[in-house]
Every structure is written in C-alpha cells, then in structure tokens.
Design a binder for this molecule. Sequence first.
Ligand code: SF4
Length: 84
Amino acid sequence: MEESFDDKTGYCRSLGHYVPFQYCRTVNSGLPCSKIKDCWFEKLDIERFIGENYSKSEIEQIFTPRPEKISTLIDLINKAKDNK
Ligand code: SF4
C-alpha cells in the first residue's frame, strides 16, 4: 500500500473540516471513501493510486452503492410519486 500521500490534507464536505488522505483511503472499513476520486483528483493522480493499490473486487466494493442506499433512494422516489 502506497502511503506517501497520507499527510496531504483536503476539505471534507461530509464532515465539514480538513482530513488527511490517510483517513479518506481507510474510512470505509479499511477501504477508501466512495467519494475519493471527486475529492482528490486535483491533488494527486487518484485514478493511478486506486488502480495500483486495490484489486478489481475491492474497487467494485468501494464504488458500488450499498444496497440499503439504493433501496432508500427507491423509497424516496416512490414517496415523491405518491405525493403527486
Ligand atoms: S474522500 Fe470522503 S472522507 Fe475524504 S474528504 Fe472526500 S468525502 Fe470526506
């Protein structure tokens, strides 16, 4: 695992304060936050970092929305339709 970027910091819109890259690459049960590409593309070659440090299945796990989030979204869409 490449750790050379760990001390870089970036503003986290979810938390409302600055966080080190080390946090972003481990926050999801040891895997990166799903927003890591959006948050870090201006500061480092994040596509290369992801490609060189994670397997294909880990990458899927990182960027595939969790089922409960999908069902929540579907629930919200259905509620919006019901309110028309
Ligand atoms: S990658 Fe995730 S934890 Fe890191 S700054 Fe972005 S939203 Fe926050």
